[in-house]
Design a protein around this ligand. Structure first.
Ligand code: ADP
Ligand code: MG
Length: 291
């Protein structure tokens, strides 16, 4: 590797806000054939908003009060969306006790003497809570690309709160540019399969790996590597750090968490997915000059 080629590549990147942390990151970028992208906060804006509330035998405000009481204790982006919605509607939110975060599934707490459970269909299945009539509401909302959060009160399902997180403006163009470079794009997410597939379809993404528990993202990257892929992992969250470290190169969204940024080999300061193909092109250009 000529130091000059590396300096040129690093400089080109820096001007565009694509920070290569070292020469190896630049060289490895040239050889990537698979880009794995986290969904929430990477392909999407990570600013979820409540779009629908479906209730089952309870007033909407009462459901929101119970669920927001639990979610006020959570740091999950979905939780913030629900708490904001309750506040916007002027719902008075009681205190919760015994809060428990259930990683990759949801959360629970006691509110006004009721046991409230909030989260994914898998969480409800695990707790043996049948979805009843709400199964079809959940299905329809997920098929529309929304994350449908289920709520159960005292062991009975009481409602669905749908949350939408819009794709970043340039996500589809980034996927297309990666395809033009001959790179396969994979979406990796903890979200429901139907929700993930709908968003992947909108963005033109070939492969979806969904319902992955936070601790299992790195293992999914390792599986692709074991199948002979050279993988760039793009992510923003604390959950993504092990996967960023496992990948041939880890790419952090600049607006992401400190842990993701410090773990990554490349940082996209503009938080623009289009800078992923830019990084790969700079890597390829650098390698060509080194021969
Ligand atoms: P992501 O990969 O999108 O960050 P997570 O692994 O954090 O997703 O969560 C996976 C799924 O678990 C979410 O899509 C949601 O259905 C459920 N979930 C997790 N935490 C919460 C919460 N605090 N409130 C509601 N649902 C939650
Ligand atoms: Mg994320």
């Amino acid at each position: 590797a000529t130091p000059t080629a590396v300096m040129v590549g690093t400089g080109l990147g820096a001007r565009r806000g694509v920070l290569f942390k070292n020469a190896t990151a630049l060289e490895t970028s040239a050889r990537i054939d698979t880009v794995v992208m986290d969904k929430t906060g990477t392909l999407t804006k990570g600013e979820p908003e409540v779009t629908d509330v479906v209730v089952n035998g309870m007033a909407e405000a009462d459901l929101l009060a119970l669920v927001a009481a639990v979610e006020r204790e959570s740091e999950h982006p979905l939780a913030r969306a629900i708490v904001d919605r309750a506040a916007a509607l002027g719902v008075s939110v009681p205190n919760a006790s015994g809060f428990r975060n259930i990683a990759g599934h949801g959360a629970s707490a006691t509110v006004d003497g009721h046991r409230v459970l909030v989260g994914s269909p898998r969480l409800m299945a695990r707790e043996d809570i049948p979805l009843g009539d709400l199964a079809s509401s959940h299905e329809a909302l997920a098929a529309a690309g929304r994350t449908a959060v289920l709520a159960a009160v005292d062991g009975r399902v009481a409602g669905v709160i749908a949350v939408a997180d819009a794709p970043r403006e340039t996500s589809a163009a980034a996927v297309q540019a990666l395809h033009e470079l001959g790179v396969e794009v994979v979406m990796l997410t903890g979200d429901n399969d139907a929700t993930a597939r709908r968003i992947a379809d909108e963005l033109g993404i070939d492969t979806v790996i969904s319902e992955v528990l936070p601790g299992d993202k790195a293992a999914k990257v390792a599986e692709l590597q074991a199948a002979g892929r050279r993988v760039a992992m793009v992510g923003d969250g604390v959950n993504d750090a092990p996967a960023l470290a496992t990948a041939d190169i880890g790419v952090a969204i600049g607006a992401g968490t400190d842990v993701a940024i410090s773990t990554a080999d490349v940082v996209l300061m503009r938080s623009d997915p289009l800078d992923v193909p830019v990084a790969l092109r700079i890597g390829r250009g650098t390698l060509r000059k080194m021969r």
